[in-house]
Design a protein. Sequence first.
Length: 443
Amino acid sequence: MKMDRVWLPDWIYVNGRFESGRALVCDDDGKILEIANRDDGIRLKNRALLPGLVNAHSHAFQRVIRGRTEHRSHHTTDSFWTWREQMYAAANRLSPEEIYTASRLAFLEMALTGITAVGEFHYIHHAPDGSTYSDPNLLAREVIRAAHDVGIRIALLRVAYARAGYETEPNPQQVRFIEQSPDTYLKHLEQLLDAPELKSGMAWAGVAPHSVRAVPLDYLKTIVTFANERGLPVHMHVAEQPAEVSACIEEYGRSPVALLDTEGLLSKHFTAVHAIHVTPKAIASMARAGAIVCACPTTERNLGDGVVPVDAYFDAGARVSLGTDSQIQIDLLEDARELEYHLRLQKTARNVLAPADDDSSSALARRLFECATINGAESIGFNGGKLEPGAPADFFTVDLNDLSIAGCAVEDLLANIVFSLSRTAVRDVVVAGKQIVGHGLHR
Ligand SMILES: [Zn+2]
């Protein structure tokens, strides 16, 4: 056993609690061999070790508009839709190299905050004039290269985008996204699936119909069937804005979730991103199908989207994952605490998401931490987000002496990490057994 594959922190988070005197041992394939009682290895003094965070919804390039949309535009009222125009302006001027650079910047920040895998909802496919590059996956591969160079895993969720909306004129700002037919989309997706960088286990692909607004039903069914036959994850923006819901009802006589449910498109491989403006019936159908919600509360509050009714999803038995989405701030633990905080403000109550059948002091924190880890891993289709033999050796450590959590008792450690940790407390990040961040610095 190579000693550089054994890590011995003060505390390690296993099976929902912190244990001491335990070492994480990694095999040659970058998987966890065992979590053993031993006292040799790389000593991580004053550190707690936790499974790597999984960011299930990202648009990496949007990092470039950070801080550039926080002012009144020429519209009377700013909204998601006016923000979208500003975002499109950026999307339409980035070169392939700039998309690589912006993505690398976003992924670097993710790595430094303990994120070890990302689901990248990638929709810029073409040149700014709408023409297809000689490699139709050039930009997707630039984003994968950025993740590779930073050292995190990536699920490239390749987006299908067919139209501006129901009975809506084509929008010239969307020409870089459009693939008119499911045949074209699937041809390009199959080329991506054959790309050499998708053979390593560090990168894989999924199917991402952008929304019911952007993808008509026949197209949607064709590509979701393709994904289900191959066991690929399916991600879709669902019910982010009330206008999307009303347009769907106008076109199909059903809300987005009702449409997906009655057409048999919901499954355990399906992740509904946002899923904010939904009915109790829609929540029940999501849970029944085993579909996963991806909440992006930092972005949702920035864009004025609304609050994900996570309490209702949990009561129905649905899983919830998390995404940094627009990258206005990259801190998945902040997203985890906001799930709870938004509901506290809405309901003027506390501990809204604490499970009813568990009154232990860490039960709420554990539930929120699962959203940031194992639920995200299930959403993007890999066996991570947990520390156990056979799982990927993807983890991060936090400095127990960081002022944001210093002095806490071990039984409160997870609640301190989930509710109070500063991002700067993240010290080491390891992906597939390789250290990419040490002492808070990227290699
Ligand atoms: Zn999104």
